[in-house]
Ligand binder design. Structure first.
Ligand code: PAF
Length: 281
């Protein structure tokens, strides 16, 4: 596996490659990222992963400064997963001049769900993803379903800018107690770590309620919010949406997703479950 830090080195390493599978990351890799790389590997072409903590997608007071930078350990994991090339640019390489041209995600998507609590976040994600796509020029890119709204943003970005890139979704990887793997789990104290699977359990309760016809989506989501709040969480949202449009489920929508974001202490966790009404998961 080769590690490069500049766009020039990246393009040189990819000369003639037209079947590249790309996994963009911010590093501090865990088994969830490894599974995305393994999925990319199965697509057949060379696998490129990027490691870049993108300041554009962090708001004031968020964890940009303390986001763990663990390049050596990340490279070991990527190599073991079969990655061929790692692109780890520094800030000046990605943003040699102030990024005054940016992607503006439509407000209905940018200010919804996580976007309502992280103003500008999805514009920052879309802008860096577009830059990374232009640098790597992949045939296919793999994004985790854990960041369900991000996956939507990236799919729409690719569609609306006619980028010749196939977007593939990777399943969320979970700890044995159900907690979705996330780089931010490392911020949890041991007491918070014990409590953290409650978010997934709350989402599961909403899914079970909908499957059993025990209430409408908003009533079940409100009950889950109350339950988490009483357990000491600060809930940003729990919401049920159409999994294909991310809009409020229309009458007759059967492919649904229940999404949640909530904070334990200073750590913000997100999770989601997509499912089809009437079908066991
Ligand atoms: O999901 C992430 O790790 C980041 O949002 C991404 C896609 C690498 C863009 O910085």
């Amino acid at each position: 596996m080769e590690l490069v830090h500049t766009a020039t080195e990246l393009r040189a390493a990819l000369t003639g490659a037209d079947n590249t599978a790309f996994v963009p990351t911010m590093g501090n890799l865990h088994t969830g990222h490894v599974s995305l790389v393994e999925q990319a590997k199965r697509l057949g072409g060379p696998v490129v992963a990027s490691i870049f903590v993108n300041p554009l997608q962090f708001g004031a007071g968020e964890d940009f400064a303390r986001y763990p930078r663990t390049l050596a350990a990340d490279c070991e994991k990527l190599e073991a997963a079969g990655c061929d090339l790692v692109f780890a640019p520094d800030l000046d390489e990605m943003y040699p001049v102030p990024q005054t041209f940016t992607v503006r995600v439509p407000e209905t998507l940018a200010n919804d769900l996580c976007g309502a609590f992280r103003p500008g976040h999805f514009d920052g994600v879309a802008t860096v993803v577009l830059k990374l796509f232009n640098l790597v020029r992949p045939r296919v890119a793999v994004f985790g379903k854990k960041d369900f709204q991000q996956l939507f943003v990236v799919r729409d970005l690719v569609r609306q800018f006619n980028l010749p890139i196939e977007i593939v979704a990777g399943d969320t990887q979970r700890e044995t107690d159900g907690l979705a793997m996330s780089s931010r789990n490392g911020y949890l104290s041991s007491a918070e770590r014990q409590q953290a699977p409650q978010l997934y359990r709350a989402l599961e309760t909403v899914v079970a309620g909908l499957q059993a016809g025990n209430g409408d989506a908003e009533t079940l989501a409100a009950a889950a919010r109350r339950h988490l709040s009483m357990a000491g969480w600060h809930v940003d949202y729990i919401a049920v949406r159409d999994a294909d449009t991310l809009a409020a489920p229309a009458h007759g929508s059967s492919h649904l997703v229940v999404l949640g974001a909530a904070r334990l202490g200073t750590t913000r966790l997100i999770d989601n479950i997509d499912f089809t009404l009437g079908e066991a998961r």
